[in-house]
Design a protein around this ligand. Structure first.
Ligand SMILES: O=C(O)c1cc(=O)[nH]c(=O)n1[C@@H]1O[C@H](COP(=O)(O)O)[C@@H](O)[C@H]1O
Length: 235
């Protein structure tokens, strides 16, 4: 996969998402999440692919293995390059997700890569202890989920930059470490708890960074994208 930032297209409609992209460079990595997909359906993925973008379809599936497996079989035909589940759904669910993707990928096409969300970047340690009832440090929970995803045969995980190098040690260089929670120095962190800059991400061994509001809500999104990309590529 290309080493370029993945822009989170968190917009309510295809018109807004495509209008935003009209003002950006071509051939990007973009992410379609719940906001855009659930209100507008799968058509947006084909439109983005037709424009030459790589697409991460971020629906974070988390249900019983049979349901997730069958949903993934359908999603394999939507045409995304990368899709995800929640690791908390368990190793059986992750294996069924992978089987579903393999079964649903049309002949001659490449299976979408599959990654698992470990602990959301909006989750802090105290919250994990208190609300999820998981004792100990957040790093241990993230690495544990990463190992589980690796053993289930997944291509990688979503984690924060803060855990990327520990996951590289546990699961290897090739295992994808897709890291959201990216902010430029002095940016508002909004609802994110585990944040880092693109330069931090490059040094920590992230294989991909996901960037939303730091670009989409910037006064000059194209300039913000170039700044993020430069930091990410040069560090
Ligand atoms: O799976 C994701 O993409 C994801 C996982 C996670 O742990 N944290 C996280 O922020 N994301 C997504 O990454 C994007 C981050 O957006 P910003 O905080 O605006 O950069 C959003 O679209 C989130 O849905």
């Amino acid at each position: 996969m290309k080493r370029t930032p993945i822009i989170a297209l968190d917009f309510p409609s295809p018109d807004e998402a495509l209008g935003f992209l009209d003002r950006m460079p071509s051939g990007l990595w973009v992410k379609v999440g719940m906001e855009l997909y659930l209100q507008n359906g799968p058509g947006i993925v084909g439109k983005l692919k037709d424009r030459g973008h790589d697409v991460f379809l971020d629906l974070k599936l988390h249900d019983i293995p049979n349901t997730v497996g069958r949903a993934m079989e359908g999603l394999a035909r939507v045409g995304a390059d990368l899709v995800n589940v929640h690791a908390a759904g368990g190793s059986d669910m992750m294996r069924r997700a992978l089987d579903g993707l393999e079964a649903g990928t049309p002949p001659g096409q490449k299976r979408p890569e599959l990654i698992a969300v470990t602990q959301l970047t909006s989750t802090g340690e105290e919250q994990m202890n208190r609300e999820q009832g998981i004792p100990g440090i957040l790093m241990d929970s993230v690495v544990r989920y990463a190992r589980l995803a690796d053993e289930a045969g997944l291509d990688g995980v979503v984690c924060s930059v803060l855990e990327a190098s520990a996951i590289r040690d546990a699961c290897g260089e090739e295992f994808l470490k897709v890291t959201p929670g990216i902010r430029l120095a002095d940016d508002d962190t909004h609802d994110q708890k585990r944040v880092a800059t693109p330069a931090d991400a490059a040094r920590a061994g992230s294989t991909h960074i996901v960037v939303g509001r730091a670009i989409t809500r910037a006064a000059d999104p194209a300039a913000a994208y170039e700044t993020v990309k430069r930091q990410w590529e040069e560090s």
